[in-house]
Write a protein that binds this ligand. Structure first.
Ligand SMILES: [Zn+2]
Length: 151
């Protein structure tokens, strides 16, 4: 977790500087908390976990927006009927592959070694690949079984 935070904060510093912004103690506090999550988290959860640090809700939301812009986190499409966005820490995750349900908008990430190796062995004539993000569109289990999408 410490290494994750160090790399993420270094990335954020460089990004902020190149966009004419300063690294602040508040942003680092939010980032440190974000780095402790293994799975998806919501802004409310983050704010609750940061309670006692005297951070305003605005700071938490602004930081999340910055982290999203600079590629540290990814905002998942909220499930239908839910207005609460979930976030996922994705910085440093290679080979992101996700399922995206076209009915309810739910996303789930997955790894597939076979697809990864095909893409890594592939040589593109006009392009050198560093990384990839693959989205597989379809219907999630809940929608397929006639659920109302509140998975
Ligand atoms: Zn669905």
């Amino acid at each position: 977790m410490q290494k994750k935070f160090e790399q993420a904060s270094a990335h954020l510093s460089v990004w902020l500087r190149s966009n004419g912004m300063r690294q602040t103690q508040e942003r680092l506090m939010v980032l440190e908390q974000v780095c402790t999550y293994d799975r998806h988290f919501t802004a409310d959860q983050l704010a609750a976990d940061l309670e006692g640090n005297h951070l305003s809700l605005g700071t938490v939301y602004n930081s999340l927006q910055l982290f999203e812009q600079c590629g540290l986190i990814h905002r998942l499409n909220p499930a239908q009927g839910s207005r609460r966005s979930e976030y996922e820490f994705t910085f440093g995750n290679d080979h992101t592959m996700r399922f995206l349900c076209t009915r309810c908008g739910r996303e789930a990430s997955f790894r597939d070694k076979a697809i990864e190796s095909i893409l890594h062995e592939k040589r593109f004539s006009n392009f050198s690949m560093d990384n990839f993000v693959l989205t597989v569109y379809g219907t999630c289990k809940v929608c397929r079984s006639g659920g109302r999408g509140n998975c």
